[in-house]
Design a binder for this molecule. Structure first.
Ligand SMILES: C[S@@+](CC[C@H](N)C(=O)[O-])C[C@H]1O[C@@H](n2cnc3c(N)ncnc32)[C@H](O)[C@@H]1O
Length: 392
């Protein structure tokens, strides 16, 4: 069995609580691909157990700080903790949707499990989660309040390259015939679990969509970067008069229309397949106005090096959103770039307000839905910022 002994620096880092051990901080030892290994300090005192990677700069992702080796009971208890958390959050309606396992933040390094009704989608991003996939799925079934009908593996995210893992998409259990449908609040929506973004949908915005919808009641809504249109559809359901969804992905545009029809909202929803950057500028030049504008672009800064470019993108987009808001209107603007801090994002919003020559009040700065928990010792699990703004 493998074993890892940390350097003094590695020990100090781990003692601060962060669950990752970087390869440079290992004084001695190793493990095999994805192996659960004991971690020791330079004097041989146990520091816990973690999953080893032979490829990544993150050599060990800690699972426990206890000296005892995690056994099946350990994993059952850990899985139960995650499932019970979602039950407490009211997210385990069998027809609903939520993230059941949110990787390292839930104590399952590299593993994501999302649920769309009874279709479960697993995403593994590390050697450890690859090695433990089938075992953990068994454990999950043991503690779930209802059983999955279908389990799909959507392990095709680019982070796998860092672990020298090939992409993998397969149906592990059941069969995917017909459209996968799930509920989110009062809406039923379809999910493309095989080729859609992430595991098929952006579950992390679920709570923010409902809060945003309240601001669009009785008004016109512009949902920019709408993907499946769930911000816009929630706004329509909550009583918006007219909703325009902007999205460049053809399949996503088709799903917005199908979702609108499915929920009887087709008369309120318009979909335009456009580049939001250009389109919002053109709308501002035509002096269009919307009582609620949602801006939810893809991550602009995938690394620290990209922050400057990302700033230009966020400032420009939010400036256009402010141009499109009437006095008293709302803008709900998000950034899912981990590398852009909440503080940076607020600064960018301020720059946009200045350029648009508008007063802008930050009424709330929200995060991802709580089924995507932010673990206090893992800053990397806090990536989504969603600002609720009032424009003067
Ligand atoms: C973070 S996702 C949006 C999630 C969505 N708001 C939701 O609630 O599910 C970003 C979306 O922007 C789209 N996109 C990226 N660049 C775009 C562009 N320049 N114009 C229009 N859409 C774009 C992507 O296809 C993706 O669907």
């Amino acid at each position: 069995m493998g074993k890892v002994t940390l350097s003094g620096k590695g020990r100090r880092w781990l003692m601060k609580g962060h669950p990752w051990v970087y390869r440079d901080d290992i004084a001695d030892g190793d493990g095999t691909r994805g192996e659960l290994v004991p971690v020791e300090d330079p004097n041989g005192h146990p520091l816990g157990w973690g999953l080893y990677s032979t490829a990544s700069r993150i050599a060990v992702r800690m699972v426990t700080r206890q000296a005892e080796q995690p056994n099946r009971e350990f994993w059952v208890n850990r899985m139960r903790r995650s499932v019970e958390h979602r039950i407490q959050l009211g997210m385990m309606d069998p027809e609903g949707s939520c993230r059941i396992i949110s990787g390292d933040a839930d104590g399952f390094p590299g593993l994501v499990i999302d649920r769309y009704a009874k279709t479960f989608v697993v995403q593994s991003g590390s050697q450890g989660s690859d090695r433990m996939r089938d075992f953990l799925l068994d454990v999950m079934k043991e503690v779930l309040p209802f059983q999955p009908e279908v389990i799909v593996d959507r392990s095709d995210a680019s982070v796998r390259k860092l672990e020298k893992l090939e992409p993998r998409v397969e149906t592990i259990e059941g069969s995917l015939d017909g459209t996968v449908l799930a509920k989110d609040g009062g809406l039923t929506y379809e999910v493309d679990v095989l080729t859609g973004h992430k595991t098929g949908h952006y579950l992390d915005q679920s709570r923010n969509r409902r809060a945003a919808a309240e601001r669009g009641k009785g008004g016109r809504v512009l949902d920019a970067f709408s993907y499946d249109g769930l911000f816009g559809l929630h706004a329509a359901l909550a009583g918006a008069e007219q909703v325009t969804c902007l999205e460049q992905n053809k399949a996503a545009c088709e799903r917005i229309l199908a979702n609108a029809e499915r929920n009887g909202l087709q008369d309120k929803i318009k979909v335009e397949r456009v580049d939001c950057m250009k389109d919002m500028r053109a709308r501002a030049e035509k002096e269009e106005r919307y009582e609620l504008i949602v801006v939810d672009p893809p991550a602009f800064a995938r690394s620290k090096k990209e922050i400057e470019g990302a700033e230009r993108g966020y400032v420009e987009l939010n400036r256009r959103a402010f141009d499109l808001a009437p006095p008293g209107g709302s803008v709900v603007t998000a950034s899912c770039s981990y590398n852009v801090s909440a503080q940076d994002f607020v600064q960018f919003i301020g720059k946009s307000a200045h350029l648009a020559q508008r007063d802008v009040w930050i009424e709330e700065l929200a995060k991802a839905s709580p089924d995507h928990p932010h673990l206090a010792t893992l800053p990397e699990s806090d990536y989504l910022k969603c600002a609720f703004l009032r424009v003067g």
